[in-house]
Design a protein around this ligand. Structure first.
Ligand code: SF4
Length: 319
């Protein structure tokens, strides 16, 4: 084979910001520091963050992932609750079982929990805009007694909802939603119930917002967009939707470099790559390296928003 094969040119635009957010960094650090402090095994309830690479790496280091506390044998080793947050009943259950638990809930999810509790105390009828069965939604609903929060998943739900007390209505949202979908739902609710109470500060977090904004800015010039992330990552799935809606019909979720569909990018000029808030940068690097083996890649790395947020770790000392 001729070693001097001329590679086809490909512009690869990288979204900035992309990948890990402060809540994900914190959650992973909590697990890693716990492993150092206590040694393996460490238990984590639910995927610490929704990314298969992160989870598999931690399994190799001695983490055992469970879905329910009942799966954990009697132990003094810590049990970590994932970044998505948990219902109050999980804390109570852990206390009852005398488990040594560490809460890795993202502080921005905890902020929504605090908001929900305050609204309940003030007598509001609460709507939660979010996706059913997502652990964050289950955790937020579980902050209050049963049936205290009504879930609004889409515009139809918002249209059909009949409040008991329209003058004492409030909404909160999941942190990783599509900004545009949520705005549409909120606008409808506001037009029907003008006095509906909004959160003090948008519940959709800074990381979700910045990653979606970066996609909106570049999607139009991209022939194809790859969103690096796992298929159960809410914020990654939203980035694919935002890409499609913002002008890049060919927007795809891609788990890792082994999943590149070469047919899709063989005849294009501009590829756009971003990563969901739970996807490690190494996956982006591996994808770029693999693409560079076949193409003459020109990397274009523009920054749209600087992020310098970090969250304090909880105390994870072995007492
Ligand atoms: S996506 Fe937002 S809410 Fe979720 S962990 Fe990251 S910073 Fe926290």
């Amino acid at each position: 084979m001729n070693g001097n094969v001329i590679k086809k040119k490909l512009n690869v635009y990288l979204a900035n910001p992309r990948g890990f957010c402060a809540g994900v960094e914190r959650a992973i650090q909590i697990v890693e520091k716990s492993l150092i402090e206590y040694g393996a095994p460490i238990y984590v309830r639910h995927d610490i963050v929704h990314n298969n690479t992160v989870v598999n790496d931690l399994i190799k280091k001695g983490v055992i992932f469970v879905e329910e506390l009942d799966e954990i044998p009697k132990t003094n080793q810590p049990i970590i609750f994932s970044a998505h947050g948990v219902a109050n009943s999980v804390f109570k259950d852990a206390e009852y079982k005398n488990l040594n638990f560490i809460d890795a809930t993202c502080p921005l999810v905890s902020k929504v929990h605090i908001e929900a509790k305050k609204l309940y105390k003030d007598g509001y009828e609460i709507l939660l805009i979010g996706h059913s069965n997502h652990p964050e939604v289950i955790g937020t609903i579980g902050q209050l007694p049963e049936n205290s929060i009504s879930l609004i998943e889409n515009i139809d739900d918002a249209n059909e909802y009949i409040p008991i007390a329209p003058d004492k209505l409030a909404y909160i949202t999941q942190t990783t939603l599509s900004i545009d979908d949520t705005t549409e739902i909120v606008n409808l609710l506001k037009s029907k119930y003008p006095s509906i109470k909004s959160p003090h500060k948008n519940d959709i977090c800074y990381a979700t917002t910045n990653r979606q904004e970066a996609v909106k800015k570049l999607a139009r010039i991209a022939d194809v967009m790859f969103v690096v992330g796992s298929n159960h990552s809410s914020n990654s799935l939203r980035l694919v939707e935002v890409g499609k809606r913002s002008g890049c019909e060919q927007s795809y979720l891609i788990e890792n470099a082994n999943k590149i569909n070469w047919e899709i990018i063989n005849n294009i000029e501009n590829l756009f790559i971003t990563a969901g808030a739970s996807a490690p940068e190494i996956l982006v690097e591996e994808i770029i390296n693999k693409i560079s083996n076949r193409f003459d890649v020109k990397l274009i790395n523009d920054t749209f928003t600087e992020e310098n947020i970090s969250f304090k770790l909880p105390n994870i000392k072995n007492k």
